[in-house]
Design a protein around this ligand. Structure first.
Ligand code: 5AD
Ligand code: SF4
Length: 434
């Protein structure tokens, strides 16, 4: 039997899909296949913005036909959207052909849900309000060699006013440091070359006396040639200790993804981010003083309720001042149940679109400027894939920039010294030097 998984959203979800694949294997679905050939199709959904939901709705709806032709096909829908208040009921009503619905807290039960469904005609649904259970015992089918994702914590307690994550992922739970280290050691021994520590808010990690900088220090002290990344960090928990650990270990990439969201302190306060523009800039200054070649990327939201043109201008000027290498940019999307959704002062769509267009143009210009500096230099990249269309191998440097090159021999998983001949946006093109 074969399976097909469709994943929406962040790296947390991508890694969760690897765990879903592990469960499917245990249930006898031995290999991955295109949707048309699969015996079970699983959607791992995201609800962070409205368009993520619309995408999933469209694609689930499109399966009605396939389900009609193939009576034994099972369709399972899981992830954040299912965990969202009232959404499971809407999904059942809109798509009565869904066989299994499971929330983010039900991954450990997925196997028994599948087994139950195989015995009955009726759909099985499992969406508890909140469970403290983690999915640590699930064995993932890893899909991202030579990178491996490792969860260090789940959930979020921050309640940024726009964000639905704390509602669907529940309160923070940290894994034990011992377990994290065991997993990292065995991944490095298996040949993984890049470890990405994952959490909604990694800086809140705590296991007894072990906080995030201490855990990072331990992970980077594991023997072997590999890189360490981590995401996502919250500026309110940024610390000198974190910078010190980054500086101490060459294994830790000199790249920090530090979502700022807005350049206006008034908007940041409305967002419940608990830092100001000035504090954020001080953090970046400290980081750059200690690690001069460190690159910083960020997330930015435009058109938060009541954002004025002037305040949007502060976001633009922050992009310059903080000297971001790149940024993910979003138009504010109201999420039912969050505090911001009840705020007055919604920004009209045309204004929001104009702001995001201007922001993207600026961010792209910064990215181009930074990448151009690499032309004529040699960077170390970790080869991670082959791009059929371009006929080139690709990999990332420690800052997250993509490097492309040609080779007649297989290179995935290898370290390549890339002499950069050309830069184009976020991508570099070059030749390996022996
Ligand atoms: N609207 C727009 N962007 C959002 N993000 C989170 N919630 C929303 C929302 N309601 C963005 C933030 C966060 C990233 C993962 O998604 O920038 O850092
Ligand atoms: Fe959402 Fe804020 Fe938690 Fe990030 S830190 S997941 S933006 S509530």
């Amino acid at each position: 039997m074969k399976y097909h998984i469709v994943t929406y959203g962040c790296q947390m979800n991508l890694h969760e899909s690897e765990k879903i694949a592990g469960v499917l294997k245990e249930c006898g679905y031995a290999e991955e296949a295109p949707a048309e050939e699969a015996d079970i199709i699983v959607f791992n959904t995201c609800c962070i913005r409205e368009n993520a939901e619309n995408h999933a709705f469209g694609n689930i709806g499109a399966l009605k036909q396939l389900k009609r032709q193939k009576k034994d096909l099972l369709i399972a829908v899981g992830g954040c959207m299912v965990q969202e208040e009232g959404k499971a009921a809407i999904l059942r009503e809109k798509f009565p052909f869904i066989d299994i619905l499971f929330g983010t807290h039900n991954l450990p039960e997925l196997r028994s849900l599948i087994e139950r469904k195989r015995k009955q005609r009726k759909a099985v649904v499992s969406v508890p309000a909140e469970r403290a259970e983690t999915e640590d015992r699930l064995v993932p089918v890893r899909t991202s060699f030579p990178n491996a994702w490792v969860n260090i914590m789940y959930g979020c307690n921050n309640f940024c006013s726009y964000c639905i994550v704390p509602y669907v992922r529940g309160r923070e739970r940290s894994r034990s440091a011992e377990e994290v280290l065991r997993e990292v050691r065995s991944l490095v021994a298996e040949g993984y070359r890049e470890i990405t520590l994952l959490g909604q808010n990694v800086n809140s990690y705590r296991d007894g006396d072990v906080d995030f900088p201490a855990l990072l220090d331990m992970v980077a002290s594991v023997e072997g040639k590999f890189r360490v990344r981590f995401m996502t960090s919250h500026p309110k928990d940024f610390s000198a200790e974190l910078v010190a650990v980054m500086k101490k270990h060459p294994k830790i990439c000199n790249h920090l993804h530090l979502p700022v969201q807005s350049g206006s302190s008034r908007i940041l306060s409305l967002m419940n981010r608990r830092y100001t523009r000035e504090k954020y800039l001080e953090e970046i200054a400290l980081l750059r003083r200690e690690i001069p070649d460190c690159e910083v990327t960020t997330d930015l939201i435009v058109a938060f309720p009541t954002e004025t043109e002037e305040e949007f201008g502060e976001t633009l000027s922050l992009v310059e001042e903080a000297d971001f290498s790149s940024a993910f940019t979003f138009i504010y999307s109201p999420r039912t149940g969050t505090r911001a959704a009840a705020m007055e002062g919604r920004i009209p769509e045309d204004v929001a679109k104009s702001r995001i267009t201007r922001l993207i143009a600026l961010v792209n210009e910064k990215t181009r400027e930074k990448s151009a500096k690499y032309v004529g230099k040699t960077v170390e990249i970790l080869c991670e894939d082959y791009d059929e269309k371009r006929g080139m191998y690709l990999g990332r440097d420690e800052y997250g920039r993509m490097g492309y090159f040609k080779s007649d021999t297989p290179k995935i998983g290898e370290w390549i010294e890339l002499y950069v001949k050309e830069a184009n946006g976020i991508s570099l093109y070059g030749e390996p030097v022996e």
